[in-house]
Design a protein around this ligand. Structure first.
Ligand code: ZN
Ligand code: ZN
Length: 322
């Protein structure tokens, strides 16, 4: 903990009382090692000149005392030199920055432009497009309508090409996604032991990636029941407004009562099976109402074909496909 009666640091500014007045100076966290874009980095030149200028301007604006400002600028110069910046370039940009009037700087907005941006991925020599635009503008001016729409040459804007990090690193590793469904760990929950944590559900050539995190407590979902013994025909897709736990209690009841007229009941109360063979996962959640649930359910049933080769054969109007 830092504590002082005379100064306080807020973000990058340290405010202190000196001779009865408030004084401000730049504040760096002790762990800040002043890393900046290396001069050899693949960036347009104007960005590299803007970095010493921008940092210097920042210091110039924050420090109320000129001596302190210059000390900070010295530190910045060392850091920039380490990053491969040329001493002359640094000095020139520092001079530009410190020549500005601080009072103007504290309240400045950039004027809006109505020039049409020409966005291109940066490449060495891309700056030359400025000249191309200028040289070709007369062609646009020759046409009455184009001249009205594009009265000035376009504004050259660069977008960053993908860098090594973006190419090599992915924030999600295949096979390491967050599990779709986690047991709720409720003391009396009977569904926890049936929870199936697969995130990719594959059936023949069809696969479905589950998005989101769920537990036995999740409601308004489309769920999938499979058989722990791996019976390929024992896939059942259903929707429920209830919490998954409650819905599964209902399914377990039909099994235990051996209600063979219902498809899930028939399979899991069949020979060599019991309710403990149930495996359940959530295929889709975040559904708002009955209609959304029904649409999602039907879509997934059609996708996996569980009305033809599964336990969804009791689907009202679709039952004749059995
Ligand atoms: Zn549970
Ligand atoms: Zn089975």
């Amino acid at each position: 903990m830092d504590y002082s009666r005379l100064s306080v640091s807020i973000l990058d500014t340290c405010v202190s009382i000196k001779d009865g007045h408030l004084s401000t100076t730049l504040y760096h966290k002790p762990t800040d090692n002043l890393t900046m874009l290396h001069f050899s980095s693949f960036h347009p030149k104007h960005i590299k000149t803007a970095i010493p200028y921008g940092h210097a301007l920042h210091i110039h604006r924050i420090c109320s005392d000129e001596e302190e400002r210059d000390e900070h600028l010295e530190v910045l110069k060392d850091a920039l030199t380490r990053m491969g910046y040329d001493a002359q370039l640094i000095d020139r940009q520092f001079q530009r920055a410190t020549a500005r009037n601080c009072n103007d700087l504290r309240r400045q907005t950039r004027a809006a432009t109505d020039r049409v941006p020409f966005v291109v991925q940066y490449f060495p020599g891309a700056e030359k497009l400025h000249h191309v635009f200028r040289d070709l503008q007369h062609i646009i001016n020759e046409d009455e309508h184009l001249a009205k729409t594009f009265p000035t040459p376009p504004l050259l804007a660069f977008k960053q090409p993908p860098n090594r990090k973006q190419i090599v690193i992915h924030s999600k590793l295949p096979g390491c996604q967050d599990s779709s469904l986690q047991p709720c760990q409720g003391r009396h929950c009977k569904t926890c032991q049936s929870v199936d944590i697969d995130t990719t559900i594959t059936h023949g050539n069809t696969s479905h990636l589950v998005h989101g995190m769920y537990s036995c407590d999740s409601a308004n979902v489309v769920y999938l029941i499979r058989c722990r013994q791996g019976c390929p025909v024992a896939w059942y897709i259903g929707e429920t407004e209830q919490r998954l736990r409650q819905r599964m209690n209902g399914q377990r009841t039909t099994i235990n009562r051996q209600e063979g007229s219902l498809p899930v009941g028939e399979h899991f109360s069949g020979p060599g099976h019991s309710a403990s063979d149930l495996r359940v996962t959530i295929l889709q959640g975040g559904l708002r109402d009955r209609q959304q649930r029904k649409v999602a359910e039907q879509r997934l049933i059609a996708k996996f074909g569980t009305h033809r080769e599964g336990l969804n054969w009791d689907l009202g109007f679709m039952s004749h496909y059995r």
